[in-house]
Design a binder for this molecule. Sequence first.
Ligand code: PLZ
Length: 446
Amino acid sequence: MADTRSPIEQRRIVNTAIPGPRSLELNARRLASVAGGVSVQLPAFIERAQGSILLDADGNQLIDLGSGIAVTGVGHSHPKVAEAIAAQAYDFTHTCAMVTPYEEYVAVCEELNKLTPGSFEKHSMLVNSGAEALENAVKIARLATGRQAIVVFENAYHGRTNLTMALTAKNNPYKDHFGPFAPEIYRVAMSYPYRDGLSGDEAAARAISQIEILVGASNVAAVLIEPIQGEGGFIVPAEGFLKQITQWCAANGSLFIADEVQSGFCRTGKWFASEYEDIAPDIITTAKGIAAGMPLAGVTGRAELMDAVHPGGLGGTYGGNPVAAASALASINVMRDENLNAKALVIEEILTTRLAKLGTDLECVGDIRGRGAMIAVELVKPGEGKEPDAALAKAIVAECALEGVVTLSTGTYGNVLRFLPALTIEEDLLNEGFDVVEAAARKLGA
Ligand code: PLZ
């Protein structure tokens, strides 16, 4: 089942304008057939991808610094993952885990229970997407505590389904005119060191006071947070903030749920970003990096919480699909065998050093933050006001695309340029990709 074609060389090639003529033809078909609400950042149609290179329909080879939004941490079509997927597809592709089970589902749950922080007994369930994991985490937390309120934070992103839209902070594009939204969701202030200047203790005291005054401690089923906010702008809360919140939860009978959908699976240089703050969430949601792009997500939590739900209360047709589960098992082995936590830290060193250098030359570099291979730069207008510069972020992303480098912007204000390369990216290729970003920033920024 091995791929007999020659591998895609890990280098950038720009043959045509990007998107090129063949991609433009395909894009015309897309516009004529795909719902307009599903938008595309860069209509370069991909035919194959390997490692950190996307090969498009016009023969261009793009350096991928986004990993499909933090998904292909092990690189595109890692041979061990591709082979595991193919082998499982020949064995069987579906039985429905609720009808007749299979070992792969159990094995992924065993890995999740083992790898997530917390030495207590854990159980897991598998679903198809990050949003679905969040939906189930909330269901479990409400049933297990007998309470209804869910506390979330400014800048949060948790998905696009009805419940998760309510959990997500930003209106446009995620929520605009899609209401009414689910009730019993309360939003409090996030620790955002660059913009609020508060210590972890101060920011936690502010959030806890809001919870106690606006919600009431005894109503809170769970406090839900991304340990590093992803779509919000790679916001790393001040040290101690998360710990204080977990302690408040423990003291008040509320659960602490960490959404590690974006930050999990070696992305930050540890298996889970929660480990940096030495916290053990009661429930953790995972997706994205877990299965190299096959749709798989998980909810992992204290066994007594996960088992509080009546048999049959959790499930879904495809949850823990065998092909996706086989991909997860192979991906997790790659993470272990190739020590991708260490690789993420090398990426952090390269990106933060180069961004810091850029920051000494350019006033638009407001803040550099993140951990591991989850690094971002917040762009601001020159001057003291830290005024977000979303147009600059957008222009840099567009300029990089023309030069064959895929980057992503993010953030509540849309002014954050984020880097999410595959953890397996070769250093030379990462540096070449960043050369392009740097040239674009120097050309367009001040
Ligand atoms: N929780 C922390 O980052 C997905 C969203 C892209 P799904 N982030 C990328 C977009 O615009 O739709 C995400 C996340 C965190 C939950 C989710 C949701 O995961 O697999 O997209 O449902």
